[in-house]
Design a binder for this molecule. Structure first.
Ligand SMILES: C[S@@+](CC[C@H](N)C(=O)[O-])C[C@H]1O[C@@H](n2cnc3c(N)ncnc32)[C@H](O)[C@@H]1O
Length: 272
């Protein structure tokens, strides 16, 4: 994808940055997707999330992006476009990861899908924003279960109607250089031309590749020196023990009894 002329309105003139594609990040959370886009040399000019802590974290992570702490469903995209000095068609990429708890198969104890979460309707907000911005490309990321959901069929139809050529699949991040097995539903759309996924890497990265150079635990940072199995002065538990206790409690005999034959929950560790 090459740069659109209108995007110059939001990029600083006179530098290499002028060549960068500009993007917005809907449901931005603490900014993980924005970080990926930044590493892919996009300039993320706007981000929206309604969660106070997420927005505070996002601002710490991405100081140059304008952030709206708002309900995406209530916020008018025209307001954001005006604030950025953009017109419909100027934006290069509209990206987003709508809340996906309802699409997670972790929610069900027997591995069956039970998609009832009303938050899932927020995927249609992604389309509403695409209609307003008319970006050159769209990219939506979510749980694998979204691929087969009826709402996704409607989302794809609506995006096609807006003129996008679409490509979607469930991809494993491990095949793209991420040191983690993480399957995600990815939908990309281009207004001009057919989208393609990036080629898979030839050699997968391991966790050792990624963080193997960090010092061993306890070899310098303060956390490693703190006693773990000690109660606080006022009789409260060390927070780390507290978490561990909760985890143990949740693994109690009742839950074990409900385990399906042949194993525990399906393997979908994505906390989203
Ligand atoms: C799956 S997370 C996004 C993660 C993010 N893409 C990242 O990389 O960190 C979904 C986000 O949607 C936000 N959210 C949920 N409902 C929302 C709404 N109605 N309007 C705006 N944000 C919302 C949540 O606060 C959460 O941060």
């Amino acid at each position: 994808m090459t740069r659109s002329p209108g995007a110059s309105d939001v990029t600083a003139p006179g530098s290499e940055r002028r060549e960068r594609l500009c993007a917005i990040d809907l449901f931005c959370g603490a900014g993980g997707l924005t970080e990926g886009l930044r590493q892919a040399r996009f300039r993320v000019v706007a981000a929206v999330d309604n969660d106070e802590l997420a927005v505070e974290s996002y601002k710490l992570n991405h100081k140059r992006t304008r952030v709206w702490r708002d309900d995406v469903a209530q916020l008018n995209p025209a307001t954001v476009m005006r604030a950025l000095g953009l017109s419909p068609g100027d934006l290069d990429l509209h990206a987003g990861c709508p809340p996906c708890q309802g699409f997670s198969s972790m929610r069900t104890r027997n591995g069956k899908l039970d998609i009832t979460d009303e938050q899932n309707d927020l995927v249609f907000e992604f389309v509403r924003w695409a209609r307003a911005f008319q970006p050159r490309a769209v990219m939506l990321e979510n749980f694998p279960a979204l691929r087969d959901d009826a709402r996704m069929v409607r989302v794809r139809a609506a995006l096609r109607k807006l003129g996008y050529h679409l490509l979607h699949d469930v991809l494993n991040a491990a095949k793209y250089g991420v040191p983690q097995r993480r399957r995600r539903f990815i939908l990309v759309g281009l207004r001009d031309g057919n989208p393609r996924f990036a080629p898979e890497v030839r050699r997968r990265r391991t966790v050792r590749d990624a963080i193997g150079d960090l010092p061993a635990p306890g070899s310098g940072d303060d956390l490693g020196r703190r006693p773990v199995r000690r109660e606080h002065d006022r009789g409260r538990l060390d927070p780390r023990l507290h978490v561990r206790r909760q985890l143990r409690a949740r693994r109690g005999p009742q839950r074990r009894a409900r385990r399906p034959p042949g194993g525990d929950r399906p393997r979908h560790p994505d906390p989203c």
